[in-house]
Ligand binder design. Structure first.
Ligand SMILES: [Fe+2]
Length: 414
């Protein structure tokens, strides 16, 4: 976890670029938008602004910047998310009640923290401090993605259904035909062993055995998913895992999270506003749960890939695709070549567990990933709101199987 990965910018530049981008992502938002927490999983944009500053303050400035002065005595617990060994924290569902501190004060907090980190980076800081700045930058990139997925949910629940990015939808090409790429399998290395940054859950690198397999060259499209719905996909328990069927019944699921049925058919809500399904037909379906991905795969006569099958396939591919840097902000139809990075995170059939010999980071930072290793599934590949710099073949995202508010989609395997 050290410095830059294939990039010549200094850590100070890396830090300021990441910090700046978070503010840029907030530019289309009003202060009122930034207060909304429309589901318990989501957080208000204002909270993301404060919490990402809190991370640098708590894990970089307080331990490593001599004489660092807290911006506000209350913030260490107020903006703690889930680090129990670090401090108390407020109930997550109450984050929308944080009308105080006001946005202006949060922006001052960010500036105060920025100034501290810049000061630290200007002197001969210990290696551990530098590693934590890089970790903080990666943490902030994760929150950039969450900020956008949370605002998408917030705007979906707003009766006006506002667009985060108004304007014409980019022209949609037809999706490439669904083909399968064969892989030999065999004894493979999984996990990260490079020199650049990775999260603790990507280590240690270890061997896995893969039987020969094939992965679809692109993700399942909205149009294909609509066929599953039309074929009674949500009314046929034989297609579903037991817990998945329970979720269908409990939540009344009939379609992906942001699909609504109007008089003229399905409409899909996106960061670019609400559009007819026809305009998204060839784009990957997103905002589906693991259960829906699994049921779709069964209906289609296929299965989901394991995380190791995905990693072994993606390893040889360049990290290119419809990621945040492209600015499209919605999944795009696959054009030739393999669609592996970007568009939608892909649910895998792998439970989120520590690799053999896994060790969480020491201290409170050990709570970052390790304590979530039960009851969650791994997703791979990044989405249309994942920063390009953030993703790699060994990257493991994870969510509980019912989760639907992320850009999560489906790749078939066999
Ligand atoms: Fe966080």
């Amino acid at each position: 976890m050290n410095g830059e990965a294939g990039c010549c910018t200094s850590l100070a530049e890396r830090f300021s670029t990441v910090r700046q981008r978070t503010l840029e992502l907030c530019r289309p938002l009003t202060p009122e938008d930034m207060m909304v927490q429309s589901c318990p999983e989501a957080s208000p944009a204002k909270w993301h602004l404060a919490h990402t500053a809190w991370f640098f303050e708590s894990f970089v400035l307080r331990p490593f910047l001599p004489g660092y002065r807290l911006f506000n005595e209350e913030f260490p617990w107020l903006f703690n998310s889930y680090y129990r060994t670090f401090a108390e924290f407020p109930e997550k569902r109450l984050r929308s009640s944080f009308s105080r501190p006001g946005l202006e004060e949060i922006l001052h907090y960010r500036a105060h923290v920025d100034e501290g980190v810049e000061r630290l980076l200007a002197v001969d800081a210990p290696a551990e401090a530098l590693e934590r700045v890089e970790l903080g930058a990666n943490h902030e990139e994760q929150h950039q993605e969450l900020l956008l997925t949370d605002i998408l949910h917030a705007f979906f629940t707003n009766p006006l259904r506002p667009a985060y990015l108004p304007g014409e939808l980019p022209v949609q090409a037809a999706a490439a035909a669904m083909g399968f790429l064969p892989f030999e399998g065999g004894l493979r290395e999984a996990g990260y062993a490079g020199e650049g940054f990775c999260f603790d859950n990507e280590r240690p690198q270890h061997r896995v055995w893969l039987e020969p397999y094939a992965l679809a060259g692109r993700l399942v499209t909205c149009g294909e998913y609509a066929e599953f719905i039309a074929d009674g996909g949500y009314r046929r328990p034989e297609l579903w895992l037991s817990a998945g069927w329970d979720a269908v019944e409990a939540h009344g699921w009939q379609a992906p999270l942001y699909w609504t049925r109007g008089e003229d058919g399905w409409r899909v809500f996106t960061l670019r506003g609400e559009v007819g399904l026809a305009q998204m037909e060839d784009a990957p379906v997103s905002q589906v749960s693991y259960y829906e991905a699994d049921a779709y795969a069964r209906w289609a006569g296929h299965r989901l890939a394991t995380e190791f099958e995905w990693e072994a396939a993606a390893e040889a591919m360049p990290v290119e695709g419809n990621l945040l840097d492209v600015g499209r902000l919605l999944p795009a139809p696959a054009h030739g070549g393999a669609q592996f990075y970007g568009d939608c995170w892909e649910w895998t059939a792998s439970a989120y567990l520590g690799y053999p010999g896994y060790k969480p980071l020491p201290g409170s930072l050990g709570e970052y990933n390790g304590k979530f290793m039960s009851g969650q599934m791994v997703l791979r590949g990044g989405s249309c709101v994942t920063p390009r710099r953030h993703i790699r073949a060994s990257y493991r995202n994870f969510f509980p199987p019912e989760t639907r508010w992320q850009f999560s989609g489906i790749r078939l395997a066999r």
